[in-house]
Design a protein around this ligand. Structure first.
Ligand code: NAP
Length: 259
């Protein structure tokens, strides 16, 4: 779909890069010429993910980083620049979530998800900013959200509020940092069938078909659909695209509104 040099010479830091959508983005980026730093809390997992990319011939490194901790985020940013010489693309993909009706949600449960998703995204954007500004390609921030952060998400008020907050943060930064040649965008995936979360929540419980039919296309998305969107947004193909929320949900959002 993209030429092999689409992301040649760029450096990306990917939170939650050891699993799921984050790893798919990292793998796609490395195949298209980028160097990737993967971070997550489970060091063994991110190291194994980086090795799988290196074994394929890609340039990858990994380190432990909890995005709730600003010092660790700063260390990850600095380590990326030290290892690969720059930071051009910041991918905010790490997230936490659990199902819980709001009346039963503890303040600690609320705070944990807001800390990972919203505060973690802010920390990464903030720490990455000087390097993104210095990028010779122009900086790019891409945060993975969901349209449930716009529509509301019954039994996941914490995640809905965090994702809605990230959308607002991204639009704000798109305007604040546009003059620094930094583009700031979000991607809103629909249900992605080959992720553990969708398997666990829907497919394993026999609700896969029902959930897939909630999309206009009637099928689950794949991790690669999100990786393709992330390649596009990080590349020169999207050099005039900022402040956008690229919805990659098979029409799930429109069907939700229409019906
Ligand atoms: P996933 O495999 O569970 O990935 C989440 C990643 O975040 C893990 O690698 C995890 O690694 C990392 N993480 C969690 N807490 C962290 C922390 N405090 N610091 C650093 N890293 C942390 O989930 P996924 O399905 O690929 O989802 C990826 C993104 O897509 C998320 O933002 C999610 O909200 C969004 N999304 C997914 C779907 C879907 O259908 N799957 C739909 C819409 C949106 P550690 O545990 O090692 O920290």
């Amino acid at each position: 779909m993209f030429t092999n040099d689409t992301l040649q010479g760029r450096v990306a830091l990917i939170t939650g890069g050891g699993t799921g959508i984050g790893l798919e983005i990292a793998t796609a980026y490395a195949r298209l010429g980028a160097s990737v730093m993967l971070v997550g809390r489970n060091e063994e997992r991110v190291q194994a993910a980086a090795k799988s990319i290196s074994d394929e011939g890609g340039k990858a490194a990994a380190m432990k980083c909890d995005v709730r901790n600003y010092d660790e985020v700063k260390q990850a940013v600095e380590a990326t620049v030290e290892r690969f010489g720059a930071l051009d693309i910041m991918i905010n993909n790490a997230a936490g979530n659990f199902v819980c009706p709001t009346a039963e949600l503890s303040p600690n449960g609320w705070k944990t998800v807001i800390d990972i998703d919203l505060n973690g995204t802010f920390y990464c954007c903030h720490a990455a900013y000087p390097h993104l500004k210095a990028s010779r390609h122009g900086g790019s921030v891409i945060s993975i959200i969901t349209m449930l952060g716009v529509s509301g998400w019954p039994a996941a008020a914490h995640a809905a509020s965090a994702k809605g907050g990230i959308l607002s943060l991204s639009r704000t930064l798109a305007v604040e940092w546009g003059g620094d040649n930094i583009r700031v965008n979000t991607i809103s995936p629909g249900p992605i069938g080959d992720t553990e979360g969708t398997k666990r929540m829907y497919i394993d419980g026999g609700k896969g078909d029902l959930e897939a039919k909630k999309t206009a296309l009637g099928i689950f998305g794949r991790k690669v659909d999100i990786a393709n969107a992330a390649v596009y947004l990080a590349s020169d193909l999207a050099s005039y695209v900022t402040g956008d929320n690229l919805i990659v949900d098979g029409g799930r959002w429109l069907k939700y509104v229409a019906e």
